[in-house]
Ligand binder design. Structure first.
Ligand code: AMP
Ligand code: TRP
Length: 355
């Protein structure tokens, strides 16, 4: 029996159903895409699509508004992120690509999960603590409930695998806790326990200004990050000006441990080249940054420029981007709606409209 037909009665005493492999992931359109998004997430998204697994990718605009977003900018950034996905290799015919708010099942399941998740679980989320800081009385309620909507994003497709950067690990553990509690509370095996996929040499790309801080689209300094919209000259300058120490590159990866800036540049090089950090160290042991940085800048420009130019070409036709997102949303809705209907049955909601 397919998992999607499960119900409490059918499942009494049964073991975990086999869920169809399905990948879901999301990126907030709260600013331009960065090299961190590309190496930690987007590049993986493309690889998974090319492995032939069903892939569902979402621009999570409802998550973006947990902090203030200017409406016109949000629309522009959502289109730009969609263009970035396509330019990086997401094929809207093979993957489902859409923006979250067009599929209302996310918000609906998010509400149900708000009633499953516990306040204590949410208060332990480090991303919330970081974003709220000392201002926790004044941030939106949505920011607090953010991980519950994220769990809904994934589970409304009964997705089994979620490629993300390392910073999302804790949120995915919470999604597992929500799935388990729901299954337990209602005596069902309805939601899969999702597997995070955190892979590659750059699961945590650091700021170019401070090797102890994550590269982020919300960092006030534009010099701290490489944006997928930066031109070749800007990319090159940012890398050449990146903070480093004065030592040459060592001959082992272990020796990078206490050199966060150097380690970051080596990891970026490795991820862009498709090598391991050890291979990069083997090639550049003893090299000064005066040699390594220009090599990295050339590599970054070679890998990113084709994406940047394809993105700006796609952005000339926003109508076509909106059409792609709409079509993706229709396909997403066709998967999510029947799953949500079953959740309503399981939780005791009357459904008598006969859709
Ligand atoms: P966000 O921009 O916060 O919506 O993140 C979207 C995806 O990019 C998530 O999978 C993040 O883990 C990943 N990501 C964001 N910043 C970085 C970074 N600096 N290094 C690696 N992955 C990142
Ligand atoms: N929280 C993620 C981030 O900021 C974005 C996100 C929202 C997401 N929903 C998701 C990622 C579902 C993976 C799966 O990076």
């Amino acid at each position: 029996m397919p998992a999607s037909q499960s119900s409490p009665d059918h499942l009494a005493g049964q073991t975990q159903p086999v869920f169809k492999p399905r990948i879901f992931s999301g990126i907030q359109p709260s600013g331009g895409l960065t090299l961190g998004n590309y190496l930690g997430a987007l590049k993986r998204f493309v690889e998974k699509q090319d492995e032939g697994i069903e892939t569902v990718y979402c621009l999570v605009d409802l998550h973006a508004i947990t902090v203030w977003q200017d409406p016109a900018k949000l629309r522009q950034q959502t289109r730009e992120a969609a263009a970035g996905f396509i330019a990086a290799g997401i094929d809207p015919a093979r993957s489902i690509l859409f923006n979250q708010s067009q599929v209302s099942a996310h918000a609906e399941l998010g509400w149900i999960f708000n009633c499953v998740a516990r306040m204590g679980w949410m208060s332990r989320m480090t991303q919330f603590k970081d974003k709220a800081g000392k201002n926790s009385e004044n941030v939106s309620l949505g920011l607090f409930a953010y991980p519950s909507l994220m769990a809904a994003d994934i589970l409304v497709y009964q997705a089994t695998m979620v490629p993300v950067g390392e910073d999302q690990k804790q949120h995915l553990e919470l999604a597992r806790d929500i799935a388990m509690k729901f299954n337990n509370d209602f005596g069902v095996n309805f939601f899969p326990i999702v597997e995070p996929i955190i892979e590659g040499a750059a699961t945590r790309v650091m700021s170019l200004r401070d090797g102890t801080m994550k590269m982020s689209k919300s960092d006030p300094s534009d010099q701290s990050r490489i944006n997928l919209t930066d031109d070749a000259d800007t990319i090159s300058k940012k890398i050449r000006k990146a903070k480093t120490d004065a030592e040459p590159l060592p001959d082992t990866v272990e020796a990078l441990r206490d050199r966060p800036e150097a380690r970051n540049l080596v990891n970026i090089y490795a991820a862009l080249a498709g090598h391991t950090p050890a291979q990069v160290i083997a090639d550049y042991a003893g090299a000064q940054f005066g040699t390594f940085k220009p090599a990295l800048a050339d590599l970054a420009v070679a890998k990113l420029s084709p994406i940047t130019s394809e993105m700006s070409r796609l952005m000339k036709d926003p109508g076509e981007i909106d059409r792609i997102l709409g079509e993706g949303a229709d396909r997403a809705d066709a998967i999510a709606r029947p799953i949500l209907d079953q959740v309503h049955d399981i939780t005791g909601m009357i459904r008598s409209r006969g859709r």
